[in-house]
Ligand binder design. Structure first.
Ligand SMILES: Cc1ncc(COP(=O)(O)O)c(C=O)c1O
Length: 371
């Protein structure tokens, strides 16, 4: 290591993963992605961490989605991961985009998205964002309040509106319906207000909350939505879009939950909207990328801790990423797991981010120790 705290490899100073990738040292043949991660991790200074994406995993998820929910077009929720390469891949795979901010819409457009296949899915939007959406013809958007209807009528009166309903089951890991969505009982008032403002409501959306295992939450929200489809006719609206939101597990280990939930959703959509005149869309985020992203990071140090209950000594390892970085509150729910592997006679630890591609590519997130 030299005094600038980077490695010098073949005359190139390696301070971070980008330096390494553009250096000659990285231009070698690697048998597996895992070998690449191992080598790259070893070349980097100890405080560096980086992500790797498994694009094949996203193809697999897309194939599974098409098999299980063939009539539901996925609008990728950009907030899940806004990497520009991923965005381009989603465009190529025919996804629409769920954007919650002007910035996300700009990114989707820059990545080649069709503005008509973007849903502005935040129910509260800035006037500036509405004007931008209007200027590019991204006209599909959600709302859940009269106040937003007034704003939209001033900034984008020709928008195609989706009324967001609350959907709760009490089992989801994070509940979005505390903050977003209208009660069924308030929906008619919103229909009336939109009618008075001469606005165009075209459908219903909901979001069951994150990591929802219970199909009943989806199916009861679909039934509630159908009631609003029927009520809307009284006000002269012809609804054509049913947006079932997201809440699907992305981990390979929990794939069985998606298989079960998707089967029940498909049945419920077919039962509630049998005429073929309604377009089904969804807003998956975690499902699409949860198992496709790996983190490589190093172990910065360790600590031995006496456990009073068991009278045993446990080891705690500290890594170069944190709760305020990759490991946010519910990371344990996303199946992030440490798994030990051996690198150059040193024990290192791997983390499988949502078991990403493990089964198929043997890929891991490698933690390189400096003990
Ligand atoms: C409106 C909306 N759509 C989609 C998503 C993505 O949901 P998930 O992470 O469950 O895939 C979210 C997540 O917060 C959201 O708020």
């Amino acid at each position: 290591m030299n005094e600038t705290n980077g490695f010098v490899k073949n005359g190139t100073e390696i301070k971070n993963v980008f330096d390494f990738l553009s250096s000659k040292s990285s231009h070698e043949f690697y048998e597996t992605v895992y070998d690449f991660l191992k080598q790259t991790g070893k070349q980097l200074p100890e405080d560096q961490a980086f992500y790797t994406f498994d694009l094949a995993d996203i193809l697999w998820k897309t194939q599974l989605w098409n098999e299980k929910l063939p009539n539901v077009t996925p609008y990728y929720a950009v907030k899940a991961n806004a990497d520009p390469v991923l965005m381009k891949l989603f465009v190529l795979l025919g996804y629409g985009f769920d954007c919650s901010t002007e910035g996300e819409i700009r990114l989707a457009i820059k990545s080649g998205a069709d503005p008509r296949k973007i849903i502005f899915a935040h129910t509260i939007k800035t006037r500036k964002a509405l004007r931008y959406a209007s200027s590019i013809g991204a006209d599909l958007m959600t709302f859940d309040s009269k106040e937003e209807l007034f704003k939209i009528s001033e900034e984008f009166p020709t928008a195609r509106l989706i009324l967001r309903l609350k959907a709760e089951g009490g089992q989801e890991v994070y509940n979005l319906s505390k903050k977003f969505g209208s009660d069924l009982s308030a929906a008619e008032e919103l229909l009336l207000q939109a009618k008075e403002l001469n606005l165009n409501i075209v459908g219903i959306s909901f979001h069951v909350g994150g990591l929802c295992e219970n199909s009943n939450v989806y199916t009861s929200a679909i039934e509630k939505s159908r009631l609003v489809f029927e009520a809307a006719q009284k006000y002269g609206f012809k609804f054509t879009i049913m947006d079932i939101g997201a809440g699907f597990f992305g981990s390979t280990e929990k794939e069985y939950i998606f298989r079960k939930v998707s089967q029940d959703i498909k049945k419920s959509l077919e039962g509630n909207f049998p005429n073929g005149d309604v377009e089904f869309i969804a807003e998956p985020g975690c499902y699409c990328v949860g198992s496709a992203v790996s983190l490589t990071t190093s172990i910065l140090g360790k600590k031995s801790v006496h456990q009073k209950e068991t009278n045993q000594i446990s080891r705690e390892y500290f890594v170069s990423d944190s709760f305020y970085g990759s490991f946010f509150e519910h990371h344990d729910m996303y199946d992030v797991k440490p798994v030990p592997v051996l690198v150059s006679f040193l024990i290192v630890f791997t983390i499988i981010s949502a078991e990403m591609g493990f089964r198929k590519t043997e890929k891991r997130i490698v933690l390189i120790p400096n003990l």
